[in-house]
Design a binder for this molecule. Structure first.
Ligand code: HPA
Ligand code: MG
Length: 180
């Protein structure tokens, strides 16, 4: 496929991962989840805003009893982590004794997920795992065991399929990488 280039704000981005590849990876992860959580009733906690598209496509492929809820927790401004991780917002479920699966769009420094896990663990769930669409292993600054990863990528800024650049790009069906 011919690469496509787009401009968002002041930056140029080029196609990096096409929708077909994303969906294929999601189907594999969904099968894995169905095996790992057979006979359980997992609670998926999707971290907004970035995970909305990933969450929708993932949940459409999960054929077992499960619950889904949305929380919010952002640490990102512009293109670099501020390190200012906020509190979990919007968690109304009682997660004590539940098998929780946190759905993320991207894990890079791990600051956000690390803080989230600390706060969730205080509420004594039976288990917690993380599923993420993208992971930047080069950036990771915490001891995190991310069990489900659709794709590991180098440390390049990406947008699309839920991920934004200063608010733009979340609606794109493919993932784009910044043109260096
Ligand atoms: N793109 C968009 N949002 C992000 C990224 C990225 O590469 N890394 C962390 N948040
Ligand atoms: Mg963002």
């Amino acid at each position: 496929m011919e690469p496509r280039t787009i401009t968002l704000h002041d930056c140029q981005f080029s196609t990096y991962m096409y929708e077909e590849e994303i969906i294929a990876r999601i189907h594999m992860l969904a099968e894995q989840l169905e095996q790992d959580y057979a006979g359980k009733n997992p609670l998926f906690l999707a971290v907004l805003n970035g995970s909305f598209m990933f969450t929708a496509d993932l949940m459409k492929r999960i054929n077992m009893p499960c619950e889904i809820s949305f929380i919010r927790m952002s640490s990102y401004q512009d293109m670099q982590s501020t390190g200012n991780v906020r509190e979990v917002l919007g968690l109304t479920e009682n997660i004590e004794g539940r098998d929780v699966v946190v759905i993320e769009d991207i894990v890079d420094t791990g600051h956000t997920v690390n803080a989230l896990l600390q706060q969730l663990n205080e509420k004594q769930p039976a288990s917690i795992e993380i599923i993420t669409l993208l992971m930047k292993p080069e950036c990771l600054q915490h001891q995190l065991d991310v069990k489900y990863v659709a794709k590991s990528i180098p440390n390049d800024f990406v947008v699309g399929y839920g991920l934004d650049y200063n608010g733009l790009g979340r609606n794109l069906r493919d993932i784009y990488k910044i043109v260096s």
